[in-house]
Design a protein around this ligand. Sequence first.
Ligand SMILES: [Zn+2]
Ligand SMILES: [Zn+2]
Length: 177
Amino acid sequence: MSSRRWMQGCAGHIDGQVAPISILSVEQMICAGGVQPVTITAKGKVIELGVTDRCFTGQQRRAVTLRDGGCIIPGCQSPAAWAEIHHVIPYALGGPTEVSNGVTLCWFHHRTVHRSGWQIRMVDGVPQVKAPVWLDGFQRWHVATKSPTRMTYQLADQQMQRDQRDQRDELRHRRTG
Ligand SMILES: [Zn+2]
Ligand SMILES: [Zn+2]
């Protein structure tokens, strides 16, 4: 039985909690990697124990979080520490639980990304996002990263360009002044 069929049940359950949770939350948790599906018949017999390798390991999580530097949806300010790892190609469709198929999303965007119209793809191991039509009529893909390491490079690059411009300006002033 596929996880999709499993999710067509009516509700989910979290260990230690009496109240069932919605299927939406279940889907999100499956993607974030905290769930092992167990299918139980009406008589209470376990007929399927799902695999758990859809869970990203701590090492993979750290790598993805470092690469993305937090939720990859543009403008989202959620701290990286709150992030969940999303399978770009869903696990249920054969997407591997690998760094090259995982991106960082905050809880809110993870909860809504499956339906909100944001699209995510990986190009050479780097995530790109496309906004929903109502936000970007041109439907362009953008490289998505807030990685502190890559930002540092960008800042250093900008600083270098500024320095060079200042030097040029100074020379010009000296000549004209
Ligand atoms: Zn997801
Ligand atoms: Zn977010």
